[in-house]
Write a protein that binds this ligand. Structure first.
Ligand code: FMN
Length: 392
């Protein structure tokens, strides 16, 4: 099986197989974003199998926090906890990647301790309903957030991670700047598509400068993006492919965010090629591409690689089956659990706060044994785990 073969990044970082644990927030960090021992145990149970584990997202700025129980990498105080997390992940050669972001308008004044959320422009998100109207960032604040991404990267290096992944998907701040839906600025950070690209480009440049300055071993910088938005105006597939062409010589890998690896365009029914293969046509031979979405069996993982991806990310299935890679490698697919009971979650080292979140907000996508309405495929609809509270 191709997904079990080794990979080497251009900068020398080797990865023992092509399986990536997809970033999944645990909601189980301390109130201030410090790592808890519950989180360390959760990652330790899943380490050793996948070639890389990407952590749940961590905020780079205090006003970039999106929800309670989220990891923070916004101050040096966080380094000792992040270091324990990196050590737990880097078991038996698994590489550890810290996902970093600023939530922008996808936050609220409760999470921000009374502060108003910030974004490119003062436009509230359509989803979830009743989202708070953010305040438009000033030029100086934008420069500060760019610097915060750099400082977060310095901390990830100090904590022992093998890379950072910029979370430019699921409608968070990096995507908010690129999308005309959320960015209607008239200064250098908005207006044309080229100007809306300037914030992500500045963040990438800052992060790469920090890597060049502080990393003493191979350290990768990945970028995650959502292929399409449904709102008008909003990001269309052509905009995302253009985006990839603009960043592909500036980052070490590209990671898509989708609920199904078989997804075709949500906006253009005439376009029947998988999104994955269309992105692969732009990344092939330049940077590795990570495909994702509803992978459960080894045959799914193989299909992702055969469709042009270099890596396959697995999220929910690794919650249910921490030994997924080992079982695939020993050719015992019949022992791979694709459903689970809420009663299994303690045994699977899923932190209490995450259990609650999986049982409620994410119930419809978890494949609990007592849930007959669970949707199996998100081929033609956005899934809750792509940042949408409900189907559009
Ligand atoms: C509980 C949960 C938490 C998630 N948290 C994040 C996150 O922090 N960052 C991110 O980029 N995606 C997050 N996602 C999306 C997953 O990384 C992944 O893209 C999605 O679940 C589809 O993959 P899957 O079908 O293998 O689960 C989350 C998904 C789930 C189920």
């Amino acid at each position: 099986m191709k997904f079990l073969s080794q990979y080497q990044f251009k900068n020398g970082l080797s990865v023992k197989n092509r399986v990536v644990m997809s970033p999944m927030t645990t909601m189980a960090s301390f109130y201030n974003g410090m790592v808890t021992s519950d989180e360390v145990a959760y990652y330790a149970l899943r380490a050793g199998g996948p070639g890389m584990i990407v952590t749940g997202v961590a905020n780079v700025s205090e006003n970039g926090k999106g929800f309670e129980g989220e990891l923070s990498v916004a101050s040096d105080q966080m380094i000792p906890g992040l270091s324990k997390l990196a050590t737990a992940i880097k078991k038996e050669g698994t590489r550890g990647i810290l996902q970093i972001f600023h939530a922008g308008r996808k936050s609220n004044h409760q999470v921000l301790r009374g502060e108003q959320p910030v974004s490119a422009s003062a436009i509230a998100a359509t989803y979830p309903p009743n989202s708070e109207e953010p305040r438009a960032l000033t030029h100086e604040e934008i420069l500060q957030i760019i610097a915060d991404f750099g400082q977060a990267t310095r901390r990830a290096i100090a904590a022992g991670f093998d890379g950072v992944e910029l979370h430019g998907a699921n409608t968070y701040l990096l995507q908010q700047f690129y999308s005309e839906n959320s960015n209607q600025r008239t200064d250098q950070w908005g207006g044309t598509r080229q100007r809306r690209l300037q914030f992500p480009l500045a963040v990438i440049a800052e992060v790469q400068a920090v890597v060049a300055r502080y990393a003493t071993r191979p350290f990768v910088v990945g970028y995650r993006l959502s292929p399409e938005e449904l709102e008008t105006p909003g990001i269309r597939l052509a905009d995302s492919l253009y985006f990839v062409d603009q960043i592909k010589d500036k980052v070490d890998y590209l990671h898509l965010s989708m609920g199904s690896y078989q997804r075709t365009s949500l906006n253009d029914p005439q376009n029947t090629e998988t999104l994955l293969s269309q992105f692969a046509a732009h990344t092939a031979g330049v940077i590795p591409l990570i495909g994702v979405g509803s992978v459960e069996q080894p045959a799914d993982a193989e299909a992702v690689i055969n469709d042009g991806a270099d890596f396959v990310a697995i999220g929910r299935e690794l919650l249910r089956e921490p030994q997924w890679v080992q079982k695939a490698a020993t050719n015992t697919p019949a022992s791979i659990r694709t459903t689970f009971s809420a009663l299994d979650m303690d045994e699977l080292a899923i932190p209490g706060a995450m259990q609650e979140y999986l049982r409620t907000a994410f119930r419809s996508v978890m494949h609990f044994t007592d849930d007959e309405t669970a949707q199996a495929s998100y081929q033609n609809t956005l899934a809750p785990m792509e940042g949408f509270e409900k189907k559009l």
